[in-house]
Design a protein around this ligand. Structure first.
Ligand code: DC
Length: 219
C-alpha cells in the first residue's frame, strides 16, 4: 500500500520547491511529473521528430525509458538529463507536447509505475484529477499570475538571465491558458483538493501549511 499526496497547480506557483521541502520533512519520495513531459520533448529534439509526426512519436514512446532517482536525478534512456530538460529548447516544446493524447496516455502509465509501492508526493497539473484520483491528500497550489511572474524574473536574475517582467507575465498567462483549456487532462482543481494560495506567503509558511494539511489527513 502506498500513501499518495497530489500537488497540482499552475506554472510558477512554487510546486517544485514546496514539494521537495515537504517531501524531505515527511519522508515522502518527491516525483515531478513535469519532468516526464520534458523527457519526451527532449527525446523528440534528439531524434528530430516534429510534433506533427504522430507515428514516429508513438514508436519513440514504445522505446522510452525514464528514471527518477531518489537523489532527484532524472535519466532518459540511460543518460543523465537533470539539467538538460530545463533548457530553452525543451521549455519551448514541452507545453504543446503535453497536449498530445498519445504522450499523455504513455506518461500516465509511466507516472503510476514510478509511484508503485512507495509513499510519494507527486506534483503536476492532473495528479489529483487523472493520475491518482484516489490520492490520500490533494492540494491545489496557486498564486496570482503577477506574483508568479515576479518570482520567475527574480529566479532568472539569480541565474544571470535578464528578462522583462511584461514578457514573463505574458508567457505565464499564455501557458495557463493552454494548460487549462486543453482537451485532455486540463489543469483544474479536483473537487476534493484543498486550495492553498501562496501569493502572500513565504516558502516556509506554505511548507508548514501543507505539512499540517497532510498530517491532519493521514488515515
Ligand atoms: O511543471 P513543468 O513546467 O516542468 O511542466 C512542463 C509542462 O508539462 C507544462 O507545460 C505542463 C505539462 N504538464 C502536464 O501537462 N501535466 C503534468 N502532470 C505535469 C506537467
Amino acid at each position: 500500500m502506498s500513501f499518495i499526496v497530489a500537488i497540482d497547480g499552475p506554472a510558477g506557483a512554487g510546486k517544485g520547491t514546496i514539494t521537495k521541502l515537504v517531501g524531505e520533512k515527511l519522508g515522502l519520495v518527491n516525483i515531478d511529473t513535469g519532468a516526464t513531459f520534458r523527457c519526451v520533448a527532449l527525446n523528440m529534439l534528439q531524434e528530430h521528430i516534429d510534433i506533427q509526426e504522430e507515428e514516429k512519436i508513438e514508436k519513440m514512446l514504445n522505446n522510452i525509458n525514464i528514471e527518477m532517482h531518489t537523489d532527484g536525478k532524472i535519466f532518459l534512456n540511460g543518460e543523465d538529463v537533470t539539467h538538460r530538460i530545463r533548457e530553452n529548447d525543451v521549455n519551448g516544446l514541452v507545453s504543446p507536447v503535453s497536449t498530445l493524447p498519445v504522450v499523455r496516455n504513455k506518461l500516465l502509465e509511466v507516472q503510476r509505475n514510478i509511484a508503485k509501492g512507495k509513499n510519494v508526493i507527486m506534483e503536476g497539473r492532473d495528479i489529483g484529477t487523472v493520475v491518482f484520483p484516489n490520492a490520500d491528500v490533494k492540494i491545489y497550489l496557486d498564486a496570482a499570475a503577477e506574483e508568479r511572474a515576479r518570482r520567475r524574473v527574480l529566479q532568472n536574475q539569480e541565474k544571470g538571465i535578464e528578462s522583462s517582467y511584461e514578457e514573463v507575465l505574458k508567457g505565464i498567462k499564455d501557458r495557463d491558458k493552454r494548460d487549462s483549456t486543453r482537451e485532455i487532462a486540463p489543469l483544474k482543481k479536483a473537487e476534493d483538493a484543498i486550495y492553498v494560495d501562496s501569493t502572500n506567503l513565504s516558502i516556509e509558511q506554505v511548507v508548514n501549511q501543507i505539512v499540517k494539511i497532510i498530517e491532519n489527513n493521514k488515515k
